[in-house]
Design a protein around this ligand. Structure first.
Ligand SMILES: Nc1ncnc2c1ncn2[C@@H]1O[C@H](COP(=O)(O)OP(=O)(O)OP(=O)(O)O)[C@@H](O)[C@H]1O
Ligand SMILES: [Mg+2]
Length: 226
């Protein structure tokens, strides 16, 4: 589902964020990406949605070479790869339902389809009763669930979460993680960058450890630090 062949990323200011990364993630996997601040986790995520280009090497997502695809194909890539961030990034002037359906509206889907798919995503994250609320009226966990529903509304094959529990208390963090586990069980490949050792150690999934842009460890049923 995701392949990186000898990928390096050097930002224009000279910083090497990734070095010679080789990686293969199969469809249906649940993968944690860990490593200290600046290790390259967010850079890896950005390469997968072509928010950044690799400086060298090849990034292949669902059979497509991300660097070689036409600009016009990028929206298609971004529907295949849903993204969730630490700070939610919701549109404050739109309701929960509007935030979730927005991507479908701008891609010209029929209002009935927008409504149907939004309802499905709302139900999946358990937010149907909050559909008409605005982000500022929600708890942090509810805001993150809205962001997850927004990421899932296009039925992506891959969901990338960048430190999704960073702004949440431990109980709420667990609710979000349980939701990711369910989404993964429904067939979505899941990639989660995190500093949360407790969650990584409890779930015992694949753990990819980055250090200064290089993969220093990649273990099935791994721990946060071995
Ligand atoms: N747009 C950018 N321009 C220049 N350097 C950058 C840019 N984004 C990130 N970097 C640098 O690249 C390296 C990797 O950063 P990245 O954000 O990928 O790390 P991270 O593992 O996500 O860190 P954190 O845990 O703090 O989120 C760091 O040295 C960072 O300073
Ligand atoms: Mg980061």
């Amino acid at each position: 589902m995701i392949t990186l062949d000898d990928v390096s990323k050097r930002y224009p200011n000279g910083t090497f964020a990734l070095r010679d990364v080789d990686l293969r993630i199969d469809a249906g996997e649940f993968v944690f990406v860990v490593g200290s601040s600046g290790a390259g986790k967010s850079t890896l995520n950005r390469l997968l949605i072509r928010e950044e280009m690799p400086s060298s090497g090849r990034v292949v997502v669902d059979g497509q070479d991300v660097a070689r695809m036409k600009r016009s194909q990028v929206p298609h890539l971004r529907r295949k790869v849903g993204v969730v961030f630490q700070d939610f990034k919701l549109l404050q002037t739109k309701t929960v339902a509007q935030n979730i359906g927005f991507a479908l509206v701008v891609t010209g889907h029929h209002p009935d389809v927008v409504r149907e798919e939004t309802d499905r995503a709302l139900a999946l994250v358990g937010l149907t009763p909050r559909r008409q609320h605005f982000p500022r009226e929600l708890s942090g966990g509810e805001q993150q669930r809205t962001a997850i529903a927004r990421a899932l509304v296009s039925r992506p094959r891959i969901l990338i979460a960048d430190e999704p529990t960073g702004n949440l208390d431990p109980v709420t963090s667990w609710e979000i993680i349980k939701l990711f586990v369910r989404v993964n069980e429904l067939g979505t490949t899941l990639l989660m960058a995190t500093h949360n050792a407790e969650i990584v150690n409890a779930l015992r999934r694949r753990v990819i450890h980055l250090d200064q842009g290089a993969i220093v460890r990649d273990e099935r049923e791994g721990l946060y630090a071995a």
